[in-house]
Design a protein around this ligand. Structure first.
Ligand SMILES: C[S@@+](CC[C@H](N)C(=O)[O-])C[C@H]1O[C@@H](n2cnc3c(N)ncnc32)[C@H](O)[C@@H]1O
Length: 211
């Protein structure tokens, strides 16, 4: 088992994958060995697989997994927005729906949408919205299929893997003076119009006013 772990880690180093893969490859054969020795039922792994599949879905393609937005970000975003009555806002990758539901409470009258590609987070956001009778609307889908021209604010909490692609889509489709807001991940080589540290973890939110 130790030989297999070491070989897998060495291959990860040789293939120049991100550094954490060498630890994952090392621990995998060990984990399999332990699981076999504990005689765990196969159903346990099947349930685990299904749960992770509906939670993370096409993360191997999108490279954006689910992780929650920190407290306070939505509040900070709403304070810097224009006092326009009916802002049309979308959270692309809306996860469990926290940002959208908070936004619509803080800025009643806004039209707030969330779009989420993974079925489980989307279902949870949909049910949360129904239970709370929230006017926020949640759609299961891929934000690439949206036309950003429909929105005054596009909020994104995604990953560095997609920021450039997001910028290209936003600059092609968004109307002048509308805002692209990217939490934690700045657009490389583009100067934000404004940025602020919203969380106690010091994560910065970047605001880009479109031209
Ligand atoms: C970091 S989480 C965002 C959390 C969320 N905004 C919140 O308020 O907690 C990123 C989410 O984006 C989703 N996602 C990734 N690529 C997507 C795509 N192309 N279209 C829609 N959702 C996507 C992921 O499934 C994940 O749930």
């Amino acid at each position: 088992m130790f030989t297999q772990s070491s070989l897998a880690s060495l291959m990860a180093i040789w293939l120049k994958t991100a550094y954490w893969w060498r630890y994952i490859h090392f621990s995998f054969p060990v984990a399999i060995g332990l699981a076999i020795s504990f005689n765990i039922s196969n159903n346990f792994f099947l349930v685990g697989f299904i749960l992770f599949a509906v939670l993370y879905w096409s993360v191997f393609l999108t490279q954006v997994p689910y992780y929650p937005l920190q407290k306070g970000v939505c509040e900070s975003v709403t304070t810097l927005l224009p006092n326009q009555e009916r802002l049309k806002v979308i959270d692309i990758g809306s996860g469990l729906g926290g940002f959208c539901m908070k936004f619509v409470n803080l800025r009643p009258g806004s039209i707030v949408h969330g779009i989420e590609i993974a079925p489980l987070p989307w279902l949870i956001s949909y049910l949360r919205g129904r239970v709370a009778a929230s006017p926020a609307k949640f759609t299961l889908g891929n934000y690439h299929q949206l036309d950003f021209a429909e929105f005054d604010i596009v909020f994104a909490y995604l990953s560095p893997a997609v920021t450039l692609d997001l910028w290209q889509k936003a600059s092609k489709e968004m109307r002048p003076k509308t805002l692209l807001v990217s939490h934690e991940f700045p657009i490389p080589n583009i100067q934000p119009t404004q940025s602020f540290g919203a969380t106690k973890h010091g994560k910065i939110t970047y605001v880009y006013a479109m031209r």
